[in-house]
Write a protein that binds this ligand. Structure first.
Ligand code: PAN
Ligand code: ZN
Length: 186
């Protein structure tokens, strides 16, 4: 891909939009196979309308080496057998860092390096730093949609198989008065 020319991107934090727009991705429940602890509950949700769990809107910066793309993810509020709705989560195969800026709602950033687990509370204005080598997943733990801006190296890549193989160390469950982190096997 040839480098692109400089251009301005209009970032509307209130509306959680970037313009001009690049590709928008929609992840439905059926796209999250093998990620929730309760497979039967996941399957029932797929059969019952296969809801959109999150959307990712990108700017037109290409995902190519040395470029610096951005995207805004919005995760709907919901649970599957008590587990908070979340992104699939991935590892960057080239082990490159990334930042997330929380915009709306109440979320969290779950990170796992295969050994250690880290959780960052994400409320509007929080920048979460994802160091190289840490798989990352976003979780909506609030009562409304949770949105955040991501800025990441264009050549980082997205390895979703890593999470299917290694998990994310913890699962996030909704409780009576909030949420709780539980070990992955539970
Ligand atoms: C983010 C994520 C986005 C969606 O832009 O790709 O939040 O999550 P999944 O990719 O896990 O479905 C990012 O981390 N980019 O590197
Ligand atoms: Zn990433």
């Amino acid at each position: 891909t040839p480098p692109i020319s400089p251009f301005a991107i209009r970032f509307d934090a209130e509306a959680a939009t970037l313009s001009p727009e690049g590709p928008t991705l929609e992840r439905r429940m059926s796209d999250l196979e093998g990620l929730f602890a309760d497979h039967d509950a996941w399957q029932a949700a797929v059969a019952d309308g296969d809801p959109v769990v999150y959307r990712v809107q990108s700017s037109p910066v290409p995902e190519a080496d040395r470029e610096l793309p951005q995207s805004i993810t919005t995760i709907e509020r919901g649970t599957t057998a008590g587990e908070c709705w979340m992104t699939k989560g991935h590892q960057h195969p080239n082990h490159q860092g990334e930042i997330y800026l929380a915009l709306h709602g109440t979320g969290g950033l779950l990170m796992f390096d295969g050994d250690r687990v880290e959780w960052l509370d994400m409320t509007p204005g929080t920048i979460g730093y994802i160091p190289p080598g840490w798989a990352h997943r976003s979780v909506n733990v609030g009562d409304e949609p949770y949105s955040f801006l991501a800025v990441y190296p264009g050549g980082a890549g997205h390895d979703y198989g890593w999470v299917l193989e290694h998990g994310m160390g913890n699962r996030i469950h909704r409780t009576g008065d909030g949420f709780a982190l539980r070990p992955y096997s539970a």
